[in-house]
Design a protein around this ligand. Structure first.
Ligand code: ADP
Ligand code: MG
Length: 261
C-alpha cells in the first residue's frame, strides 16, 4: 500500500437515480479509501451497476455528490472523469476489433500532454524515443497478461476471455487511481478466472484502488479487504463478509436469499 493508504479516495453522498418509477439508486452513501480492494455485493437489481454508471459519468445522477480525489465530479463528462483517474472496466476497455492486440494497447496509454504532432515535427528523435518507450511498456504489459504471443493478432480474433485480459491490460496502462470492475468474472472459465484474479492483484500492485462488483461470495471473501452490501438502491452495511453474515438486515435482504453462500 502507498503512503496515502487509508485516506479517502472516493466519497459518495446521497446519490440518487430513478428510472421512471424504478428507484435504481436511492440515497447511496459510500466511501473508498486509498489502496483498498472493496467488494460491492447485493441482490440483482440492487443498483450496483447503476452506481458504476453514475460514478463514471455515463448516467447523470438526479441528486447527490461524488468527491473523487478531493474534487466533486458528479455531472462531469465521462472523458473528464476518466482523465481525473477513475476508470470503469468494460467501458474504456472496449477493444478495437480491426486493430492488433499491440495497437489496442498503444492507444490505451493516456496522452501526456506533450505528445503532439508538433513534437514529432520539432524533435523527431525525442518522438521516436517516446514511441519506443510506449511500445516497450505495452509489450511488457502484454507479457504480464499472457497476450504476448497474440500481440500481432487482430482483436476480433480473440476469445471472450482473451478480450477480458486485453481489457485488464488496457486498464493497467491507463494507471487509474480507482478502477471500477463490474463482474469481470462473469461467464469466464476457471483458468481465466485465475488470470483475472491476478489481473486485479496487478492493478492493486500498480497503485490502483479497486471497487469490484462480484456475485461469487467465496471469491469476494478471499480477495477483498472490505465488502459493501447494497440493497434497494442504498448501502445496507459494510464490513468483512464474516461480519455481514451476522447482520440481520443483510441476512434478510441478501444472504438469506442465497442460502449458505
Ligand atoms: P444490479 O447491478 O445491482 O443488478 P442495476 O443497477 O443494474 O442493478 O439495476 C437497478 C434497477 O434499475 C433495476 O431494477 C434495473 O432494471 C433498473 N435499471 C437500470 N438501468 C436502467 C435503465 N437504463 N432504464 C431503466 N431501468 C434501469
Ligand atoms: Mg449489475
Amino acid at each position: 500500500m502507498s503512503e496515502a493508504a487509508g485516506t479517502t479516495l472516493l466519497e459518495v453522498r446521497g446519490l440518487k437515480k430513478h428510472f421512471g418509477g424504478v428507484k435504481a439508486v436511492n440515497g447511496c452513501d459510500l466511501e473508498i479509501h486509498q489502496g483498498e480492494l472493496v467488494g460491492l455485493i447485493g441482490p440483482n437489481g440492487a443498483g450496483k451497476s447503476t452506481v458504476v454508471e453514475l460514478l463514471s459519468g455515463l448516467v447523470k445522477p438526479d441528486a447527490g455528490t461524488v468527491v473523487f480525489d478531493g474534487r466533486e465530479i458528479q455531472g462531469l463528462a465521462p472523458h473528464e472523469i476518466f482523465a481525473s483517474g477513475l476508470a470503469r472496466c468494460f467501458q474504456l476497455a472496449k477493444e478495437w476489433p480491426q486493430l492488433t492486440v499491440l495497437e489496442n494497447l498503444l492507444i490505451a496509454i493516456p496522452p501526456d500532454g506533450k505528445d503532439t504532432i508538433w513534437r514529432a515535427f520539432g524533435s523527431p528523435r525525442k518522438a521516436r524515443a517516446a514511441e519506443a518507450e510506449a511500445r516497450d511498456r505495452c509489450l511488457a504489459i502484454a507479457e504480464k497478461y499472457r497476450l504476448f504471443p497474440l500481440r500481432n493478432d487482430y482483436a476480433f480474433t480473440l476469445s471472450g476471455g482473451q478480450k477480458r485480459l486485453l481489457e485488464f491490460a488496457r486498464i493497467a496502462l491507463a494507471r487509474p487511481k480507482l478502477a471500477l470492475l463490474d463482474e469481470p468474472m462473469a461467464g469466464v472459465n476457471p483458468v481465466l478466472q485465475v488470470q483475472i484474479e491476478q489481473g486485479i492483484r496487478n492493478l492493486l500492485d500498480g497503485g490502483s484502488t479497486v471497487l469490484l462488483i462480484e456475485h461469487n461470495l467465496g471469491f469476494v471473501e478471499r480477495i477483498c479487504d472490505r465488502v459493501i452490501v447494497m440493497v434497494e438502491g442504498r448501502v445496507a452495511a459494510s464490513g468483512s463478509l464474516a461480519e455481514l453474515r451476522e447482520n440481520p438486515i443483510v441476512q434478510d435482504a441478501y444472504l438469506g436469499g442465497v442460502g449458505a453462500a
